[in-house]
Design a protein around this ligand. Structure first.
Ligand SMILES: C[S@@+](CC[C@H](N)C(=O)[O-])C[C@H]1O[C@@H](n2cnc3c(N)ncnc32)[C@H](O)[C@@H]1O
Ligand SMILES: [Zn+2]
Length: 562
């Protein structure tokens, strides 16, 4: 990516705009765009393969029926009089022409995209140039200035046959085209919440939603739990796993919006990146799957003392009386006692959030294969894409949330065990363990908190703590008062070193640039710069006035004295 005044080259697109402050562009989001291109390619590839397989299957059925009819005709002919040459007509739907038409439908792989909040059109142009089989992209923005920029950039990049610039409100556009767009990309300022209801209706069956939210303070902080509840239907918490919780709030909001219309979501890839969240979700018009949302939704109990947590599912599924059927029932609870069993502190309640898987393993595998062949010149963030996908691929998909080893140690005011030592203790006890893309040193495991605290107690036996540093009624003191009741074996396991580490890609990005983060709205930046200038001018005037008063005061005093 290169920025030269108002000219930007990113991926295979070069865009120009007369005033960079008039239309939004954030260079740090190149990763978002590189990643999205790769994700849409993976989704399209999988869709093509399924369509071809379906068409092939259909063709096989048709051919089998034709053969059956042919045999019937032959046996009729054999049994009838020699003059009886009447053949059974092949029904129109099985005619040769029709068979070919149906098979071709399976190969009709082109797809449409709506970039509902397009700004400069850069993303839409990149999609047009970089996605094979994309046939139409509507690049929409509310601002006339943005649409002018999109129009000029589309022509400049020779993609006018694919990208159609459009001025309109994203929600109105999506409501006007229900069940139409194969891919919808939402990349708003801050929250995508106001656009979800329209997006889940506008996307075609088995279509893909690509959604960004940059309102991290709401989704991943504890300062606005009420705002998080209003926007996403769940309460945020202060926790070590807040970044994963943020993704789960967003997925929950998408899933509940879709459920009202008999649509279920399948998260393909859900990431916490830098200062924002980006999810790739397939939407399926399958009311039977929507029933699972009940048990896929979960409340979180988070201990205010030691940070341990527990999940309370909203519903339960059990096998029905008819073999293969499912019964949907009420969950039982609460899953924990009022006070934490480890430290005695109270719990805070978070959620409900999406409690299902964050990613689809097959989809990540497909993306990784595509990413490996990306040209690094065009895809400047290739190594980061590969690194992040490698970590995401390792994540335990059935285990919501994680803890941070150093934070757990700090509750006991203890030295932090090395990651591979801690992970080995969990593996040696037969538990499953993975990291998380959302935070380095995060541990996802199916080990219960009682065992996690026992690992820490065993660690402390060999690495004593200074009890003077532990307050008498603190969570740490309560935990250390209890005996370690499990057998803990710290023998190093080869699997304790996550294999994504060995590949040497960028797994966890440091701040990509100075002053990075979500950019202010287009136009606002200009206003704030003007504000700064105005404030500086005001300061100069004020200090000059003060000087003038000071001099005048001396003169008056001199006159009075004389
Ligand atoms: C963060 S920018 C989009 C950046 C762009 N997707 C990219 O990759 O560079 C958000 C854009 O949404 C537009 N916008 C805000 N509200 C809108 C609405 N209700 N309908 C359509 N566009 C809207 C703004 O004018 C702005 O250009
Ligand atoms: Zn506790």
């Amino acid at each position: 990516m290169s920025v030269n005044g108002a000219k930007v080259t990113e991926g295979s697109a070069t865009i120009l705009f007369s005033d960079p402050d008039e239309v939004f562009y954030n260079p740090v989001q190149q990763f978002n765009r590189d990643l999205s291109t790769t994700a849409i390619r993976a989704w399209a590839e999988s869709r093509n393969q399924k369509a071809v397989a379906k068409a092939k299957h259909r063709q096989e059925i048709i051919e089998a029926r034709e053969k059956k009819d042919e045999n019937k005709v032959n046996s009729n002919q054999e049994n009838s009089s020699p003059s009886g040459s009447e053949a059974t007509a092949v029904p129109a739907e099985y005619s040769e022409n029709n068979t070919k038409k149906k098979a071709d439908e399976g190969n009709n792989v082109g797809f449409s995209v709506l970039e509902a909040l397009s700004a400069t059109g850069l993303r839409a142009i990149r999609y047009a140039r970089e996605l094979p089989d994309v046939k139409k992209i509507l690049a929409n923005d509310l601002l006339a200035r943005a649409v002018e920029a999109i129009d000029a950039n589309v022509k400049r990049n020779d993609v006018a046959h694919i990208v159609i610039p459009n001025k309109g409100d994203a929600n109105s556009v999506m409501h006007s085209f229900k069940n139409q767009y194969d891919v919808i990309d939402l990349d708003p300022y801050g929250t995508a919440a106001p656009f979800l209801d329209a997006a889940v209706q506008s996307v075609a069956d088995n279509g893909l939603l690509c959604i960004t939210c940059t309102d991290s303070a709401v989704l991943a902080g504890n300062a606005y739990p009420e705002k998080c509840f209003s926007n996403y239907g769940g309460t945020s918490l202060r926790s070590d796993f807040c970044h994963e919780q943020a993704i789960r709030h967003l997925l929950y909001a998408i899933a509940t919006a879709a459920a009202k219309y008999g649509r279920a979501i399948k998260p393909l890839l859900s990431l916490s990146i830098d200062f924002y969240f980006r999810v790739f979700v397939q939407v399926e018009a399958k009311p039977a799957l929507v029933k699972n949302l009940h048990s896929q939704s979960a409340l979180i109990y988070h201990c205010s003392g030691c940070g341990s947590y527990s999940i309370q599912r909203m519903g339960k599924t059990v096998p029905g009386r008819i073999p293969g059927s499912t019964k949907y029932t009420n969950a039982t609870g609460p899953t924990i006692s009022a006070n934490c069993e480890h430290c005695g502190f109270v719990h805070h309640l978070g959620g409900p959030v999406w409690g299902g898987p964050l990613h689809d393993a097959e989809f990540i595998g497909r993306m990784r294969k595509i990413a490996e062949n990306l040209d690094e010149e065009t895809y400047g963030t290739k190594r980061r894409i590969l690194g992040m996908l490698a970590v995401a691929a390792e994540e335990l998909l059935d285990i919501p949330f994680y803890f941070i080893i150093s934070q757990t140690a700090s509750v006991l005011r203890a030295q932090s065990p090395p990651q591979n030592t801690f992970v080995s203790a969990l593996l040696n006890a037969g538990y499953r363990v993975s990291g998380s893309h959302a935070k380095s040193n995060a541990i996802k495991t199916d080990a219960p908190w009682a065992y996690i605290w026992d690992v820490m107690r065993a660690w402390v036996q060999d690495h004593p703590v200074n009890y003077n540093n532990i307050k008498p009624n603190s969570a740490g003191s309560m935990i250390l008062k209890k005996e370690c009741t499990s057998k803990v074996d710290f023998t190093l396991q080869p699997g304790a070193e996550f294999s994504s580490k060995k590949a040497g890609y960028t797994r966890y990005q440091m701040n990509p640039t100075e002053n990075w983060g979500p950019k202010a709205k287009a136009g606002k930046r200009k206003i704030s710069e003007t504000d700064v200038q105005t404030k500086s001018i005001d300061k100069v005037i004020l200090s000059n006035l003060k000087l003038l008063f000071f001099v005048a005061n001396i003169l008056v005093n001199c006159i009075v004295d004389s």
